[in-house]
Design a protein around this ligand. Structure first.
Ligand code: BG6
Length: 303
């Protein structure tokens, strides 16, 4: 982006001392948000939250030390938006994993400083000839990121065409943890899940979830709260959702993470993905003129 375009972005959407747009190394445009409750960074590419740190706390969102921060490349960490499909495309093997939204450049629509002290950034993804090759349906996609004591993200899909469409999606949040081998995820007990590591076998979660190996699961029929208990950091991350009936839990573990160019040796230990999703049989149908809202909120709770 040219210096003039960046200055224009700051003139239109910047708030002195609160919201500043900069060009990061690698070329991505990033909005840095600071208020009395938290700091955050959001990349315009993918409308991807890269960081959220409540005042006085340690960062809650994880970004890989080896993440590629380059235009058009998926960035390992933060909260990537998987849309309008989650995982591989159902029929087109050549289409990008997790859809098109995470590598597109979104536009800023609005910045609001709210009376409760939090800040909301709204971003919009427009369709063009390239995205229509992957997703031909007339659609408006908006993301609202509310930065405060909570991080709340709303992803709104509006069907502006005259035919219904079906989508899968996820807010693919990477959480920073002290050691993934020590954390406990509560709230999934008794739920059926698809175990992608076991070739899609169906299983049922018995008791709270602890991880001791590669984990890649889609928990189904789950609209409730999830909590990551992290004894090492002496904190709990509380995850609440609306418009989401599946939860994905992912960690590639030692071998896979060592082989991934954007992760590396031992890096898997510091992260855990718990994703608010509509995946597998939880696909969403949006009627003509209709809207679907996927909302997630994260907050820290004391140990
Ligand atoms: C998870 C999927 O949500 O994302 C995994 O369940 C996938 O199967 C992981 O490997 C990472 O995907 P990507 O495309 O960002 O490497």
């Amino acid at each position: 982006m040219s210096t003039e375009a960046l200055a224009e972005l700051n003139a239109r959407f910047g708030i002195r001392g609160r919201v500043t747009f900069t060009q990061a190394a690698g070329g991505l445009i990033v909005a840095a948000v600071r208020n009395a409750q938290a700091t955050a960074r959001i990349a315009l590419q993918g409308a991807q939250v890269l960081d959220w740190t409540p005042a006085g706390a340690r960062p809650v969102i994880w970004v890989s030390p080896a993440a590629m921060q380059a235009p058009g490349k998926p960035l390992r960490g933060g909260v990537p938006v998987c849309w309008p499909w989650f995982g591989p495309h159902a029929t087109e093997a050549g289409f990008p994993a997790h859809g098109l939204a995470r590598t597109q450049c979104w536009e800023m629509a609005q910045v609001q400083q709210l009376s409760d002290g939090s800040t909301t950034l709204s971003l919009r993804l427009s369709q063009d000839a390239n995205t229509r090759l992957l997703w031909p349906h007339d659609t408006e996609l908006l993301l609202l990121a509310n930065i405060g004591r909570h991080l709340r993200i709303d992803l709104l899909t509006r069907n502006t065409g005259d035919e219904a469409f079906t989508l899968t999606q996820a807010l693919h949040s990477y959480f920073a943890v002290s050691d993934v081998r020590e954390v406990v995820v509560r709230g999934l007990e008794g739920l059926p899940y698809i175990d992608k590591v076991a070739g899609g076998a169906r299983r049922v979660q018995s008791g709270p979830l602890t991880l001791s190996d590669e984990t890649d699961r889609i928990y189904l029929d789950h609209g409730g709260e999830c909590v990551i208990d992290d004894p090492g950091l002496r904190r709990r991350i509380v995850i609440r959702r609306q418009g989401s009936r599946s939860t994905v839990v992912w960690n590639p573990w030692a071998e896979k993470s060592a082989a991934m160019a954007d992760m590396g040796e031992g890096v898997y230990r510091g992260m855990l993905c718990v994703e608010a999703a509509n995946a597998a049989e939880d696909a969403v149908v949006v009627a003509p003129g209709g809207e679907h809202r996927l909302q997630v909120s994260y907050r820290l709770a004391a140990w």
